[in-house]
Design a protein around this ligand. Structure first.
Ligand code: AMP
Ligand code: FES
Ligand code: ZN
Ligand code: ZN
Length: 310
């Protein structure tokens, strides 16, 4: 096999990105990755050095890489880890928390921890079982609680921005799934930036253009000790099926995933895709009487309802 050389120096390349027609070495790749992230932050006007950013970290490759890049770029970024109480043979949640804590300690960064069972008296799988919303898989309940907690913590701790590490594969598979079922409510909400609204913090996704392979390569080259295991409930999920399918397509047509996503953003910008309004016109949001977060139900929000049900 011939060795592929870095396009910027004579060293051996550690990654070849066919969609960018670019191969880079262990020194030039992280440099390129960091510069690209800064470009995305500016292009989508995500935040500036004046913002306080809360990075949602899962202990995996994407979110630890994101925190590392923001730290290197000199942003004021603290971490949030939500311990969901997912165990099994591999103590997934506790191991992930340890990885996130170790990462933070090595860089003297502040990690906030929200332990669901300690705060709420029950782990996420236990809540899903009790409320009969996921006997086999607590993923829907988990997603709800994660989104709720991220927003709540960002607001309580006074952050102006919440950053998640959703990557190209996450976004493309999500869009693909939403298009397959024509989920007209979700489709227009998919964006690199969701502006702050009454009660909702600004949400950004700086890694939206990087593939999973690219974030993994960055973490490996930088020596980040991340948790490789996926959540045990993810196995066999639709999202993973879509990711597999789209990766097979990418093999045949390099760049197809990025074109699909950027084409969608372009269509949104040009006004081809509109948010749909309710029959009554705009949705009216009121603060949830229990937690204060905005909700359209006129009563308890969806997360608080989980704790009221038996
Ligand atoms: P997921 O919903 O698991 O695909 O993760 C999407 C993003 O949410 C990740 O890139 C992280 O930024 C964030 N995230 C996922 N799990 C956690 C967690 N347990 N605690 C904090 N942030 C998380
Ligand atoms: Fe929430 Fe797997 S991470 S169910
Ligand atoms: Zn090089
Ligand atoms: Zn509530």
């Amino acid at each position: 096999m011939t060795t592929i050389r870095c396009h910027k120096c004579p060293q051996r390349a550690v990654i070849r990105m066919r969609q960018h027609r670019l191969a880079l070495c262990k020194d030039h790749y992280p440099q390129w990755f960091i510069e690209q992230t800064q470009r995305f932050i500016e292009k989508y006007r995500m935040f500036t050095h004046q913002d306080r950013i809360l990075v949602a970290v899962s202990g995996g490759k994407d979110s630890l890489a994101l925190w590392d890049v923001l730290w290197q770029l000199g942003y004021e970024a603290e971490g949030l880890y939500i311990n969901l109480g997912i165990g099994g043979e591999f103590a997934y949640s506790d191991e992930s928390q340890q990885a996130a804590q170790k990462f933070a300690d090595q860089r003297r960064l502040k990690l906030h921890i929200y332990h669901v069972e300690e705060r709420r008296g029950e782990s996420v799988p236990a809540i899903a079982l009790r409320t009969h919303r996921g006997r086999q898989k607590p993923c829907a309940v988990c997603g709800l609680i994660k989104r709720h907690t991220m927003n709540q913590m960002a607001r309580q701790l006074g952050f102006s921005v919440l950053a998640t590490a959703h990557n190209l594969d996450d976004e493309v598979s999500f869009l693909f799934g939403n298009l397959l079922s024509w989920n007209l409510r979700q489709i227009p909400r998919q964006s690199p930036v969701l502006e702050a609204e009454e009660g909702f913090v600004r949400k950004v996704k700086p890694f939206i253009r990087f593939s999973e392979r690219e974030t993994a390569a960055y973490s490996i080259v930088r020596g980040i000790e991340y948790i490789e295991e996926e959540c045990p409930f993810a196995e066999g999920s639709k999202q993973l099926q879509y990711k597999d399918l789209l990766n097979r397509l990418e093999e045949q047509q390099p760049g197809v995933k990025l074109r699909f996503l950027l084409g969608f953003f372009n269509a949104m910008e040009q006004g081809f895709i509109h948010p749909i309004e309710d029959e009554q016109g705009e949705v009216i949001l009121n603060p949830c009487p229990s937690c204060g977060q905005p909700t359209s139900t006129g009563d308890l929000c969806a997360t608080c309802r989980l704790f009221e049900e038996n």
